[in-house]
Design a protein around this ligand. Structure first.
Ligand code: NAD
Length: 502
């Protein structure tokens, strides 16, 4: 059944349709909201923010737990909506909902411990003052979301922002607006008093309006190209931004890694959700000694991955039709440069689906090794050793996640990878760990959602000092006696001027 937004404007104003990428079936019709409507939403959010902040940690915890519980109870409905609107199999949609619920639960329970006022150490010079720091809400946070994980991805930012005491105005992707509307409507059921989480609908123009609406921070998830536009638009009002952008995640398989497990996880990490994951494994570097065994196993497993819209299909269609052309171009470029396909081939793109492709002999300068593919394509590269693998993995402009299959040198490799997150002996697990920060480096963006860092990202740290008793002579005063500074200088040298030993 299609959703018609009852908040749609009067006839004559622009609307857009959201349709199923598999069948073309209409999923919902929504208004394209312009600067005026976005500004109204932000001003409603400003009032709601005061109320939400005033509830304190305990009041917010209870409401966030109620929201989480409602999403868990209605997960069947939400999974079905994600399947229809985004096209991904129900199992993948379920994993998204599960992770979103886990993140909400963590934020609800831990926000107070992370953000409550705490004493800070004083110093000898200011020994008569006490110090404390607290984390206050920013006010209103604008969240702009993508279509590939329409529940999990925005909920990461929304949970961190709400947990830190902010109101949120959320602009879901125009491809998955019905899912965005579901998330906000469900929140309004458990928090009916104030519009603490609102949705504004539309395309990039609505997103741009949100950037210019005077919110206190924008959390954007999407492509690096749009990320640049968001940052430029936010610059006008000095609105700070968090940018969660694309990735070109590498997996490294060292000689003592579990080859079977690595192959299984490479195929899943590269092809689940038809590869339309910012954290998809898009390059695999395998050490020479285990390369042949790894490739044989990957070929065996990848050949079984079946696209389709039926209940047994492993992967769904490509949600964004123009991405099909990107995948086709990357494959053609790879074949021109001498790559061979061991699974799939030049005709793998069959709109709206893409069959799994495993590539070998791909030169490092091929498009498929440098640009985000967002399709079920797995290039596997033979390397001399793990050091060469790290060097090649780090040569990317992106730096979101990464995976390592190794034993002896696993931690060393994990640290050496230039990425915001790395998993050892699994893929993508950091995304499901609510206590960990989530975010990238380089073209993958900056700022963090999830975990304590995510809560602080949406807070303003506030420092307070309190004079406990006055000293006979104040140093920070025009009335300071002439002999005070020379005495303080002598004390400073006694304390700090010694050369460190060793
Ligand atoms: P996109 O950049 O096309 O769009 C993202 C959102 O930005 C949409 O809601 C869109 O309407 C809005 N938008 C478009 N133009 C805008 C403008 N000028 N100002 C403000 N908003 C604007 O990205 P997409 O195709 O929806 O998502 C796919 C991309 O997102 C991929 O690159 C993927 O890797 C990335 N992604 C990153 C993460 C992460 O956490 N790092 C998670 C999921 C997806």
């Amino acid at each position: 059944m299609a959703v018609t937004d009852d908040r749609a404007p009067a006839t004559g104003d622009a609307t857009f349709d959201s349709t199923s990428p598999a069948s073309g079936e209409l999923v919902g019709t929504f208004p394209v909201q312009g600067p005026e409507q976005v500004a109204e939403a932000v001003s409603r959010a400003r009032r709601a923010a005061g109320w939400w902040a005033g509830l304190g940690f305990d009041g917010r915890r209870r409401r966030l737990l109620a929201y989480k519980a409602l999403l868990a109870r209605r997960s069947g409905e939400l999974v079905d909506l994600v399947h229809r609107e985004n096209g991904k199999p129900a199992a993948d949609a379920f994993v998204e909902v599960l992770l979103a619920v886990e993140h909400l639960d963590w934020v609800a329970r831990k926000a107070e411990r992370v953000l409550r006022p705490r004493r800070a150490a004083s110093t000898l010079v200011l020994a008569n003052h006490s110090a404390s720091v607290e984390y206050q809400p920013l006010g209103v946070v604008g969240v702009i979301g993508p279509w590939n994980y329409p529940v999990y991805t925005p909920t990461g930012a929304i949970a961190s922002a709400l947990g830190a005491g902010n109101a949120v105005v959320f602009k879901p992707s125009e491809l998955t607006t019905a899912v965005g509307r579901f998330l906000a409507d469900a929140f309004a059921e458990v928090v009916p008093e104030q519009p603490v989480l609102q949705v504004v609908t539309g395309d990039g123009t609505t997103g741009n309006a949100l950037c210019q609406a005077g919110v206190d921070k924008v959390s954007f998830t999407g492509s690096p190209a749009t990320g640049r536009k968001v940052m430029a638009a936010c610059a006008e009002r000095l609105t700070p931004v968090v940018l969660e952008l694309g990735g070109k995640d590498a997996m490294i398989v060292d000689e003592d890694g579990d080859v079977d497990a690595a192959a299984e996880q490479a195929v899943w990490g590269g092809m689940a959700n038809a590869g339309q994951t910012c954290l998809a494994i898009e390059r695999v570097y395998v050490v020479d000694r285990v390369y042949d065994r790894f490739v044989d196993r990957v070929v065996e497993l990848a050949a079984r991955v079946r696209p389709g819209a039926d209940a047994d299909a492993d992967i769904g269609p490509i949600t964004l039709p123009r991405q099909l052309e990107v995948i086709r171009r990357q494959l053609a470029d790879a074949f021109e440069r001498g790559a061979r396909a061991l699974v799939g081939g030049p005709d793998a793109v069959r709109p709206p689906y893409v069959d799994p492709v495993v590539l070998v002999d791909v030169p490092e300068d091929a498009l498929v090794m440098r640009e985000e593919t967002f399709g079920p394509v797995l290039p596997v590269v033979r390397v001399r050793d793990a050091d060469e693998a790290v060097e090649r993995a780090n040569a990317s402009a992106y730096g979101l996640g990464a995976a390592v299959f190794a034993r002896r040198r696993a931690d060393h490799i994990a640290r050496a990878l230039r990425s915001g997150m790395t998993s050892v002996n699994s893929v993508l697990t950091f995304a499901g760990m609510p206590s960990l920060p989530f975010g990238g480096v380089g073209e993958s963006g900056f700022g963090r959602v999830h975990g304590p860092d995510g809560l602080r990202e949406f807070s303003r740290s506030k420092a307070i000092t309190r004079q406990r008793f006055p000293l006979p002579f104040a140093m920070l005063s025009f009335d300071r006696p002439a002999r005070l500074l020379p005495a303080v200088e002598r004390a400073m040298k006694l304390r700090h001027a010694r050369r460190p030993r060793g």
